[in-house]
Design a protein around this ligand. Structure first.
Ligand code: NAP
Length: 248
């Protein structure tokens, strides 16, 4: 029997690599995206080529009604959920706090904090055994920024990811007896489009060169850790925050 996951921001970058790897391991996949429908459709087509089922579900994670709708669309197409990857996130252009606008900070906190909490809440409502669910695994995507603070660049983003770390700690304790495991991954600098989106395409290579492993990570290296946390291979792991940072 195939198991079903929903990956927010599953159309590009780390989310897309997770959808493809999970599909190869036998999962059916709900691929959430915000606006790039073509990227979501190509992720779905690639999942289907690997023999798994997938559905593209549009929606903004910072909108409660969109979050509820993306869960409903996924379960309608693929069946009850066994795992949710809380991955969708935004960064921002490098800046010191003194120069940050309220609009920028609001967007970072709306998507990365409120969005993550709304998606995790909806996951718990559907997977908790006391609410008729089968239990499952929630994987939160944090960042190494939560541990290093990202001075002179994105202290707002770092704070938003620290909230994600705190959710992993608290929610894992809340949901353990519900049969739901909750863990977080802290990626280091990873080769995705997020850096070019905010005007720094060379950032992964500059920062990656200074890590102990001497290079940036790939989306697939993060997906490997995520899919392990989704799977029964990690059945006694909950409340963990795992660094996948090349030693940074
Ligand atoms: P990415 O390549 O920029 O992809 C972002 C994905 O999120 C896209 O699928 C995008 O959909 C979706 N998305 C953005 N805002 C959304 C919203 N409000 N609602 C729903 N979906 C939304 O990003 P990435 O580098 O893979 O990053 C994924 C996660 O890893 C983020 O949480 C990020 O903070 C974290 N992370 C990344 C790195 C890194 O170096 N890449 C390091 C540490 C942590 P559309 O294409 O439709 O807009």
């Amino acid at each position: 029997m195939s198991k079903t996951i929903l990956v927010t921001g599953g159309s590009r970058g780390i989310g897309r690599a997770t959808c493809l790897l999970a599909a190869q391991r036998g999962w059916s996949v709900g691929v959430n995206y915000l606006k790039d429908k073509a990227a979501a459709q190509s992720a779905v087509a690639e999942v289907e080529r690997s023999g798994a089922k997938a559905v593209a579900v549009a929606g903004d994670v910072s909108s409660e009604s969109d979050v509820i709708a993306m869960f409903e669309a996924t379960t309608k197409a693929l069946g009850a959920l066994d795992g949710v990857v809380v991955n969708a996130g935004v960064a921002a252009t490098s800046s010191r706090l003194v120069d940050m606008s309220v609009e920028r900070m609001r967007k970072v906190f709306d998507v990365n904090v409120l969005g993550a909490y709304l998606v995790a809440r909806e996951a718990a409502r559907r997977m908790n055994k006391s609410r008729g669910g089968n239990g499952g695994s929630i994987v939160l995507i944090s960042s190494v920024a939560s541990r290093i603070g990202a001075p002179d660049t994105y202290v707002d983003y770092a704070g938003s990811k620290a909230a994600v770390d705190a959710m992993a700690l608290g929610l894992s304790k809340e949901l353990g007896r519900e049969g739901v495991r909750v863990n977080a991954i802290r990626p280091g600098v990873i080769e995705t489009e997020i850096h070019a989106t905010y005007g720094e395409p060379e950032r992964p290579y500059k920062i990656g060169a200074s890590t102990p492993l001497g290079r940036p990570g790939t989306a697939n290296e993060i997906a490997e850790a995520i899919v392990w946390l989704l799977s029964d291979a990690s059945s006694y792991v909950t409340g963990a925050i795992i660094d996948v940072t090349g030693g940074r």
